[in-house]
Ligand binder design. Structure first.
Ligand code: IPE
Ligand code: IPE
Ligand code: MG
Length: 236
């Protein structure tokens, strides 16, 4: 216990509970997703204001493709809107935007918009927003293993030289510091295939708040609690 002032460079969030928020209000699930999308902009701006350099948001998992075609279609249309509007606003506020996940699974117009946003925000410096889309951590780790196997085969690298750094560099998050803090909304306490490699020493916070109701004030409150945590990294 005590007042350690932990460094907070990177926050990862599992934005969960849109469906239950909608249900609670007697509304269709996709309205919950729309409300949740509004929260994204507020939280991205708040994190930036608080000096957090990296924010990674779990927007759609590999497993979310198994939802009903109507829900997936609704989410993809929301994403299209977001790419052309809200993310563009962040781009104008000096935020760099990056996408992590299996992007080839997404429609080609969406992929084009993603690439465009990444290119146009490449030199933005105030903060970096990573959006996990069609993302699965196990798939990410498997593709890293495959890439390394190919490098060994072609003689680019010796298998004995593979270490944590060379492995990390094969992940979608190459060059991004590991998350210091993970927040999951909606009361679920699990990782759901999110950033498994990167969160080896991340501090976890779970809140019962549904994502559409999550606010800047709650974020501030969680950050204050995070500051009180003692991060030991295995040391005595
Ligand atoms: C999170 O909300 C958004 C996505 C997974 C796309 P959910 O849709 O999972 O909401 P709940 O968990 O059903 O309440
Ligand atoms: C995790 O939430 C994925 C996102 C928030 C995008 P889910 O709602 O899909 O996770 P489970 O199914 O409850 O584990
Ligand atoms: Mg959920």
């Amino acid at each position: 216990m005590g007042t350690t002032n932990n460094q907070l460079r990177h926050i990862a969030i599992i934005m969960d509970g849109n469906g239950r928020w909608a249900q609670k209000h007697g509304l269709p699930r996709n309205v919950g997703h729309q409300k949740g999308a509004e929260t994204v902009l507020e939280i991205a701006r708040a994190a930036k204001e608080m000096g957090v350099k990296y924010l990674t948001l779990y927007a759609f998992s590999t497993e979310n493709w198994k939802r009903s075609p109507e829900e997936v279609e609704g989410l993809m249309n929301l994403l299209r809107n977001y790419l052309s509007r809200n993310f563009k606003q962040l781009a104008q506020e000096d935020v760099r935007i990056l996408f992590i996940g299996e992007r080839q699974m997404l429609a080609s117009d969406i992929q084009k918009q993603m690439q465009h946003l990444e290119q146009t925000t490449e030199n933005n410096k105030s903060a970096t927003l990573l959006v996990a889309l069609s993302y699965g951590a196990r798939q990410e780790i498997v593709q890293a293993a495959r890439l390394l196997a190919e490098k060994v085969k072609s003689g680019d690298i010796l298998s004995k030289d593979i270490d944590e750094k060379t492995f990390s560099d094969m992940l979608y998050t190459k060059g991004v510091p590991d998350p210091d803090l993970l927040i999951r909304t909606s009361g679920e306490q699990r990782l759901s295939n999110y950033l498994l490699w990167q969160m080896a020493y991340t501090e976890f916070f779970f809140t019962p708040t549904y994502w559409p109701d999550f606010t800047k004030d709650e974020l501030k409150n969680i950050i204050e609690q995070f500051q009180q945590r003692e991060r030991r990294y295995g040391k005595a």
